[in-house]
Design a protein around this ligand. Structure first.
Ligand code: AMP
Length: 174
């Protein structure tokens, strides 16, 4: 396995001072690294009869849709408020200052259907937890939650206790 971490660019103080932004666009422009990352995520959850891949806006769309295509299953976008055109349900989550929310189409998941949640990065876990809540409200069964990157010093995994959480790369400090 090549060193996927070497294809992630760390951008200090973006979008604000003190944040080390993990830029995945440097992985996306590297064809073999992009393919390897997608294949590793898909391999870990294959043969589990997953029927939908749920991608979180926006970088979760890039990886989630490719996994769905690979498996020949459906892709479901979870989006920022006001973007999805049909009937939605929404979940609020806490940001450092204030709150934000995420939405999913009410008819995107059938009760009992197995789903995989995909995003690029697990930080505090608020975004993924809101997505878990959306899927649970629709009656979906969460087979796993897959990330490329985990900022383990932020303990986001604790919010996702009880679920099968995979990350391909871990950072234990900024
Ligand atoms: P959280 O809800 O705190 O787990 O934040 C996760 C979301 O914010 C993901 O969709 C990431 O794309 C984005 N994010 C948070 N922190 C970073 C970071 N240091 N570098 C890149 N993306 C980040």
């Amino acid at each position: 396995m090549s060193d996927l971490k070497s294809s992630i660019r760390n951008v200090p103080d973006f979008p604000k001072p003190g944040i080390g932004f993990k830029d995945i666009t440097t992985l996306l422009i590297d064809g073999p690294a992009f393919r390897e990352a997608v294949d590793l995520l898909a391999e870990r959850f294959r043969n589990q009869e997953i029927k939908k891949v749920v991608g979180i806006e926006s970088r979760g769309f890039v990886f989630g849709s490719v996994i769905a295509y690979k498996w020949g299953v459906g892709f479901v976008p979870v989006r920022k408020p006001g973007k999805l055109p049909a009937e939605t349900i929404s979940e609020e989550y806490d940001l450092e200052y204030g709150t934000d929310s995420l939405e999913i189409h009410r008819d995107a998941i059938t009760p009992g259907e197995k789903v995989l949640i995909v995003d690029d990065l697990l930080a505090t876990g608020g975004t993924a937890q809101a997505t878990v809540n959306l899927i649970n409200r629709l009656g979906g069964e969460i087979a796993g939650i897959a990330f490329l990157i985990e900022l383990s010093f932020l303990n986001g995994r604790q919010k996702l206790r009880g679920y099968d959480v995979l990350s391909l790369m871990e950072y234990d400090a900024e």
